[in-house]
Design a protein around this ligand. Structure first.
Ligand code: ATP
Ligand code: MG
Length: 233
């Protein structure tokens, strides 16, 4: 599903250059649930942003579902992003003046679906995350966990091949974090490929594989015995 080879990325600030990713190699098969760990500044978000086509590497190759991701014009990149990728962020990134259902339906608008179909699909995904009764509420009327569920429904609505989550539990308390991980595990069990950046060990242990970044390289990459979040919720 994902294949990257010898990926490098530097940031230039003034006359300085910071070499953040120094030759990353890894691949992710369809259906995996992977966590990316590493200390602050180790390049986790940089890597996830490249995988999410929000940023480009300086060198190396990236293939997503068989498609080489390189030198795409903005329109094609946006189309691939929409088709292949769903995003979940630490701070939810919901639109504050839109209801839960409208937030979930928004990506479908950009896919050109008609209003009725957008609403039906958005409601189906809200039901999936257990928020049918909250569909008409605004984000600021929801708890952190509920907001993240809306964001997950929104990420799923366009039926992406891969979900990318940058610290999806970073703003949540422990119990709510495990509830969100329970949902993420269920979505993965349906076959969806998911990558999660986290710096919390308990969260990483709820995935099936832990990749550790340090100083811009992968220092270890191991399959793990997954701990089910359900037992804690
Ligand atoms: N747009 C940018 N311009 C310049 N430097 C950047 C930029 N984005 C990130 N960096 C630097 O690159 C390094 C890696 O950043 P990155 O955000 O990938 O780290 P991270 O592992 O996600 O850290 P955290 O756990 O704190 O989120 C850091 O030193 C950061 O300051
Ligand atoms: Mg980060």
């Amino acid at each position: 599903m994902i294949e990257i080879k010898d990926l490098h990325k530097s940031y230039k600030t003034g006359s300085n250059s910071l070499h953040v990713l120094k030759g990353i190699n890894f691949s992710v098969a369809e259906g995996e649930l992977v966590s990316i760990m590493g200390s602050s500044g180790s390049g986790k978000s940089t890597l996830l942003n490249i995988l999410g086509m929000l940023d480009e590497a300086d060198s190396g190759t990236y293939t997503l579902d068989g498609v080489p991701i390189k030198n795409l014009n903005e329109k094609i990149a946006a189309r691939y992003r929409n088709k292949f990728l769903g995003f979940i962020f630490q701070s939810f990134n919901l639109i504050s003046y839109k209801s839960a259902v409208d937030n979930v339906a928004l990506p479908l608008y950009y896919q050109g679906l008609k209003r009725k179909e957008r609403m039906d699909r958005a409601m189906a995904y809200l039901e999936k995350v257990g928020l049918t009764d909250w569909a008409q509420h605004l984000p600021n009327e929801l708890s952190g966990g509920q907001k993240q569920r809306v964001a997950i429904a929104r990420a799923l609505a366009s039926d992406p091949k891969v979900l990318l989550a940058d610290e999806p539990t970073g703003a949540l308390d422990t119990k709510t974090s495990y509830e969100v991980m329970d949902l993420i595990q269920k979505i993965n069990e349906e076959g969806r490929t998911i990558l999660i950046v986290t710096h919390e060990h308990d969260i990483a242990e709820m995935t099936k594989r832990i990749v550790n970044l340090k100083d811009g390289v992968i220092i270890d990459d191991n399959k793990v015995d997954q701990i089910k979040a359900l037992q804690y919720v």
